[in-house]
Design a protein around this ligand. Structure first.
Ligand code: G3P
Ligand code: CA
Length: 373
């Protein structure tokens, strides 16, 4: 009940804030903004709004990013994919059926197809088959309506944003919130898009530099599960890069026939190698604190100290408040959709030494951070 009250209040606040954005078009080079974008120490722990405030609003929408900022997030996290005409847009997947109403558009029925994406056969509608103008006719839907039925009430209301629209939103909110707000951008499927002639790295860097984001003090991180595109980015920009860790092997390493695995990359030596091109690492949470055989939170590994010894920041993913995603011993209530004790989970990771965290419910991390001050 508390959750739905908060959700509605925050949603209406976000709507009210989004309406004047077009009218409130401040110059990106204004003096007040320059002050906001100066060389600041980052808050600790860094609160990264995972896909926006995706625990409350359908992910990767301007409303989700705006709500995250109003909740106090330091960075918003857009995942980016490419359109057929080379635009960068925010989606977690290039397959659009999971998070948009594309299946309800008869005019796009013949775009449905099956293809391999990162070594996996997928059937659906793909961003690379749509122009930006076509994508703009779609509307976002909630990815996990069973867990987040409150979010699903917004199905059909919100557009797919471009990177430029997200930058414009963040720059406007910086002025109204009077604080620095960062972009924690992930390139999705870079090898896949490169094979299609839709290389992501150059347009991404061009867009960021054009908007005044350059150098290691800019409030930007660029993250990837792949390795080679981060190395390519390190030659194109001074913006900070983050190596993500999943399971098995990075897809680009698979394609190159390399035997490099995430497990090797997570060793002390592997982390030192990453520090040659990245400023930080984004491990799946279990690299930092695995769960035991009963699904309870276990003991911290040496991942964080090894990463720190290599000079890397550690920002694990993904913290989510619902029982479905929590360690067994921190669940509360009967339903997977009920909220459990995420605060205890966050505190355990803070005790393990993390520098920041990706979270679907940024307000929770902001509150835990304030209690620790
Ligand atoms: O980018 C950190 C985290 O978001 C990686 O997982 O699948 O949610 O993009 P994913
Ligand atoms: Ca991501």
């Amino acid at each position: 009940m508390v959750r739905s009250t908060l959700t509605l209040r925050h949603w209406f606040t976000a709507c009210g804030l989004l309406l004047p954005i077009v009218a409130f078009a401040a110059s990106p080079n204004s003096a007040s903004e320059a002050k906001l974008q100066g060389n600041h120490n980052e808050p600790h722990p860094l609160v990264i709004a995972h896909r926006g405030a995706s625990g409350y609003v359908p992910e990767h929408t301007l409303a989700s990013y705006a709500l995250a900022v109003l909740q106090g997030a330091d960075y918003v996290e857009p995942d980016l994919v490419m359109t057929r005409d080379g635009e960068l847009v925010a989606r977690h997947d290039n397959e659009l059926g999971l998070t948009t109403d594309v299946s309800q558009h008869p005019e796009f029925a013949d775009r449905k197809r099956t293809q391999m994406v990162d070594g996996v056969s997928l059937t659906g509608w793909f961003s690379e088959d749509f122009t930006l103008a076509e994508l703009k006719t779609l509307r976002a839907i909630e990815r996990i309506p069973d867990i987040r039925p409150g979010n699903a009430r917004l199905d059909g209301s919100l557009e797919i944003p471009t990177l430029q629209e997200i930058i414009d939103l963040v720059k406007t909110l910086q002025l109204s919130e009077r604080r620095r707000i960062g972009l924690y951008i992930e390139t999705k499927h870079p090898t896949h898009f490169q094979k299609l002639g839709l290389t992501m790295e150059q347009p991404l860097v061009r867009t960021l530099h054009r908007n005044g984001y350059a150098g290691r003090n800019a409030p930007v991180y660029i993250q990837s599960f792949e390795v080679e595109n981060l190395k390519a980015l390190s030659r194109l920009t001074q913006l900070r890069l983050v190596q993500l860790f999943g399971g098995g092997q990075p897809y680009d390493q698979q394609v190159r026939g390399s035997d490099l695995t995430y497990a090797q990359m997570a060793t002390a030596e592997g982390l030192k190698a990453i520090s040659r091109y990245a400023a930080g690492v984004g491990p799946e949470k279990s690299y930092v604190i695995p769960r035991d055989a009963n699904g309870n939170l276990g003991q911290a590994t040496d991942f964080v100290p090894n990463a720190h010894a290599a000079g890397l920041k550690v920002h694990p993913y993904t913290f989510r408040a619902e029982n479905a995603f929590l360690p067994t011993n921190l669940r509360a209530g009967d339903s997977p959709a009920d909220r459990g004790d995420i605060e205890t989970e966050i505190r355990a990771f803070l005790d393990a030494g993390i520098d920041g965290l990706f979270i679907d419910h940024p307000d929770v991390a902001v509150k835990v951070r304030s209690q620790g001050e």
